[in-house]
Design a protein around this ligand. Structure first.
Ligand SMILES: NC(=O)c1ccc[n+]([C@@H]2O[C@H](COP(=O)([O-])OP(=O)(O)OC[C@H]3O[C@@H](n4cnc5c(N)ncnc54)[C@H](OP(=O)(O)O)[C@@H]3O)[C@@H](O)[C@H]2O)c1
Length: 312
C-alpha cells in the first residue's frame, strides 16, 4: 500500500479519518492525532459538532453516516488511516448491533482497503466474544472478525470501561454516591474491572496510527493500572471522596428490568448491554499488548477523580 510519509517522519501528509470523532473517545483521539501533527477528517452525521480542540493541525469535518456506502466511500478517500470509533449502545428499529458493529464496520474497512488506506483501527471493547449469549457482546466479537477479514492487518483496540470528565461511568458513580444513602451493586459487586482513562486510550490509539512502536499484534487491550471488584472500586471512590458508602447488593435481573425501562429515554442512564457487560470480568487479557507496550503510563482511578474534581 502507498505510504504517505514525506521521508522526514513528519505526519503532516498523513490524513487520518475518524468515524465517531465527535464521541467521548473519538474526540480525544482527534485531539491527540492533531497534537502529533496529523491532519484529521472527522466523519460525522453532525459535522457542525466537530471541535478542533487543542489540535494544532487541520481538522476537517465531513458529513458521513457509517450506514451509507457512498458517504463512507468519499470520507475514506485520500486517507492514510481510518479509525472506527462509532458506538451503538441501544438498538432502535433497523439500527441493530449487527448492522452497526458488524456490517457497517466491515463495509468501512472494505472501503478503506479499496482506497489504499495504510492503517485501519477498529475500536471494540474488552470481552468482545462472538460466542457470547449477549447480543451486544457477540456482535462486537463478530465485528472484530469481519473487520479483520475485510482489511487484512487491521488493528483491533479493546479498551476497558473508560473514565473521563464527561463519562457515563465514574462521574455518574461520584454524583450518585454524594446523593444516595445506599449505593446499589451490580449483583454482589464481584465483577472485576480495570478502568482506563479515556485520554490514555486516545494516546495509545494515536501511537498505533503513528506506528512508532514495534509491536506486531492484531489486538491491543487497554486496561488501567489496577484491577478492582466493583465493590472494591466503589469503596476506593468513596475513600477518595471522603464518603462512607453503604453498599447494597442488587440482582442482575432487577438491573436488566431497570435498564429496559431506561432505554426508552433519549439519554438512558443505564442500558441492558451495560448490565450484560457488568456480568463478566472486564480486564485486559494476559499475553496481549496494551498500554505498557505502547509506552503509555495509565492513570489510576484516584488520579482521574482528582482531575475530574479539579476541572468541575
Ligand atoms: N465508553 C466506554 O467506556 C467504552 C468502553 C469500551 C469500549 N468502548 C467503545 O469505544 C467506541 C467509542 O465509544 P464512545 O463511548 O466514545 O461512544 P459515543 O460517545 O457514544 O460516541 C459515538 C460516536 O459514534 C458516532 N456514530 C454513531 N452512529 C453513527 C453513524 N451511523 N454514522 C457515523 N457516526 C456514527 C457518533 O457520531 P455522530 O453522532 O456525530 O454522527 C459519535 O461520534 C465504541 O466502539 C465503544 O463500544 C467504549
Amino acid at each position: 500500500m502507498a505510504s504517505r510519509t514525506d521521508g522526514t517522519g513528519s505526519n503532516a501528509n498523513r490524513l487520518v479519518t475518524v468515524f465517531g470523532g465527535t464521541g467521548f473517545l473519538g474526540r480525544r483521539i482527534v485531539e491527540r492525532l492533531g497534537e502529533k501533527g496529523f491532519p484529521v477528517r472527522v466523519a460525522s452525521r453532525h459535522p457542525s459538532r466537530v471541535r478542533p480542540g487543542r489540535s494544532t493541525s487541520a481538522v476537517e469535518a465531513v458529513k458521513a453516516d457509517i450506514l451509507d456506502a457512498s458517504s463512507i466511500a468519499s470520507a475514506t478517500g485520500g486517507s492514510y488511516a481510518v479509525i472506527n470509533a462509532v458506538s451503538l449502545y441501544v438498538e432502535h428499529g433497523e439500527l441493530t448491533f449487527e448492522r452497526v458493529h458488524v456490517k457497517a464496520a466491515a463495509e468501512l474497512a472494505a472501503a478503506a482497503l479499496a482506497r489504499h488506506v495504510d492503517r485501519f483501527v477498529q475500536i471494540s471493547g474488552i470481552g468482545s466474544d462472538p460466542r457470547s449469549d449477549s447480543k451486544y457482546i457477540a456482535a462486537r466479537g463478530r465485528g472484530e472478525a469481519a473487520v479483520a477479514k475485510a482489511f487484512p492487518g487491521a488493528l483491533i483496540v479493546r479498551p476497558a470501561v473508560m473514565m473521563g470528565r464527561d463519562d457515563a461511568f465514574l462521574t455518574t458513580i461520584v454524583r450518585l454516591m454524594r446523593r444516595l444513602p445506599l449505593y446499589p451493586l451490580f449483583g454482589q459487586g464481584q465483577t472485576r474491572l480495570q478502568p482506563a482513562y479515556v485520554e490514555d486510550v486516545a494516546e495509545a490509539v494515536a501511537r498505533l496510527i503513528e506506528g512508532r512502536n514495534h509491536i506486531r499484534s492484531p489486538v491491543f487491550e487497554l486496561g488501567g493500572p489496577h484491577t478492582y471488584t466493583y465493590r472494591e472500586l466503589l469503596r476506593e471512590i468513596g475513600r477518595q471522596l471522603g464518603i462512607s458508602v453503604t453498599l447494597m447488593p442488587m440482582p442482575f435481573a432487577a438491573w436488566t428490568a431497570v435498564a429496559g425501562i431506561a432505554e426508552s429515554l433519549s439519554a438512558p442512564p443505564i442500558t441492558r448491554n451495560q448490565v450484560e457487560l457488568m456480568q463478566q470480568d472486564n480486564i485486559a487479557g494476559r499475553g496481549l499488548p496494551g498500554f505498557l507496550e505502547l509506552g503509555v503510563e495509565p492513570k489510576t482511578v484516584d488520579d482521574v477523580i482528582r482531575l475530574i474534581e479539579h476541572q468541575s
